[in-house]
Design a protein around this ligand. Structure first.
Ligand code: BGC
Length: 421
């Protein structure tokens, strides 16, 4: 087996797993994205060359990326029906944890109308995880909203937050105490900036003021739902999943250092400071770093993912150490991964990440788990289905899953780590 050279040692109870989100893998969801996708598929397909044709990986992705069907989630990976088979993949990789989201639009399709069958589905889903001794980590809001909620203004209105809090409280009660880890909100500032600042995601707003409001309302939503969940039972471990890039100055210039500090604060700490008191742990999603020269981000770009993201997996060490120093909470890496359709870089990415995690832990970081993004190839929002983040490749025509070689290798590494004395 091709093992990393350094000895890997992790605590016995460490959570090793993968992550998904309902809309990205379940198929046939009906939420604020569904109609938007149909309306925007053609123009997204037409713009794809402009954004990606310079990349080496384009030769492998261009066919799918230029096809409007790529931008419609549709049946997707059909995880809603094939979840048992997908949980077997987790077992095959010797994993003991799985992060997923419950789809609010299925559970409460009309305001106040609770769909019993949908709740039953997720109960059964949890049961199948339990049978396999897999620890569930449940996300309550991963970018998708019921249409009725988004029609009333979604998280842009403070008075709407109570609907989410009610949902959070009720679904956690329904799912019962087999769940311990709850993520209320996934990547709050990515949601706010993509949907309300950049205008790339529904509802396509471009307003600094609205972005700021949504961020604050999401912080409020987290705090209120964490309180409601703790009131059910104090044993629930509640957090958010915070995208955290590591921002650093590329040189010693005062301007570079200042810009890096301001960027890091606005990207991470502005939001975290508002919610940290209501977090029992911290979920960290890490994909990239930002190297700053002067007032600009200028990354090394020595290795790129299929999406053109600069690959600096080793910097997760500094991201974790910084968050540890500031917030002193136990952490779980709730997402980390790479769009790599040819699977030529994933094994390297994971190796570098594991080594960096070890270094961070040696420096005092209380790290309790690693959840790879993603278990399956999935619907990557406004990029659609062409970016391949899965440990398992999905054939969208047949629904067939195939573990990539990096995933088979990773499974062996996990086994080796977990069996160490
Ligand atoms: C999100 C996922 C997404 C992944 C890769 C994160 O921003 O939580 O939904 O698929 O990154 O872009």
């Amino acid at each position: 087996m091709n093992q990393p050279k350094t000895q890997l040692k992790f605590p016995k109870k460490f959570l090793w797993g993968a992550a998904t989100a309902a809309h990205q893998v379940e198929g046939n969801t009906h939420n604020q994205w569904t109609v938007w996708e149909l309306e925007n598929a053609k123009s997204l397909a037409a713009q794809s060359s402009y954004h990606f044709e310079e990349l080496d990986s384009w030769e492998h992705s261009h066919k799918e990326a230029k096809d409007p069907h790529n931008y419609v989630s549709g049946v997707g990976a059909n995880h809603f029906n094939l979840y048992e088979q997908d949980f077997d993949l987790l077992k095959k990789m010797n994993m003991n944890a799985f992060r997923f989201s419950v789809e609010w639009s299925r559970i409460e399709p009309q305001q106040g109308a609770w769909d019993v069958a949908a709740v039953e589905h997720y109960k059964q889903y949890l049961l199948e995880l339990k049978k396999r001794n897999i620890e569930p980590i449940v996300t309550l809001f991963h970018f998708t909203l019921p249409v009725w909620f988004s029609d009333m203004g979604g998280f842009s209105k403070r008075s709407n937050v109570r609907h989410f809090v009610q949902f959070a409280e009720r679904i956690v009660r329904e799912l019962g105490t087999d769940v311990r880890f709850v993520v209320t909100i996934n990547e709050p500032d990515i949601y706010a900036t993509e949907s309300y600042r950049g205008g790339h995601w529904p509802p396509n707003v471009r307003s600094k003021w609205q972005t700021w409001r949504v961020m604050n309302n999401l912080a409020y939503a987290h705090n209120q739902s964490a309180k409601a969940i703790h009131a059910i039972n104090r044993r629930y471990k509640v957090s958010i999943a915070k995208n955290s890039s590591y921002v650093y100055a590329g040189d010693d210039a005062w301007l570079s250092r200042m810009t890096a500090a301001i960027l890091q604060y606005t990207k991470d700490d502005y939001f975290l400071k508002k919610v940290v008191k209501q977090c029992d742990w911290l979920g960290v999603n890490y994909y990239f770093s930002d190297r700053v020269y002067g007032y600009r981000v200028h990354n090394p770009d020595q290795r790129l993912s299929d999406l053109g993201w600069d690959l600096s997996p080793e910097n997760i060490q500094y991201a974790l150490e910084r968050l540890h120093e500031k917030y002193q909470l136990p952490m779980i890496i709730t997402e980390n991964g790479i769009a790599d359709s040819q699977d030529t870089q994933r094994q390297w990415w994971i190796t570098q990440t594991l080594l960096a995690m070890q270094k961070a832990m040696a420096n005092g970081v209380k790290l309790e788990g690693y959840l790879h993004w993603s278990l399956l190839d999935n619907f990557e929002w406004d990029k659609g289905k062409w970016p391949r983040f899965g440990l398992a490749a999905v054939d969208y025509k047949t629904g067939q899953r195939t573990l990539r070689s990096s995933a088979i290798w990773f499974g062996k590494i996990i086994k080796y780590i977990r069996e160490q004395k």
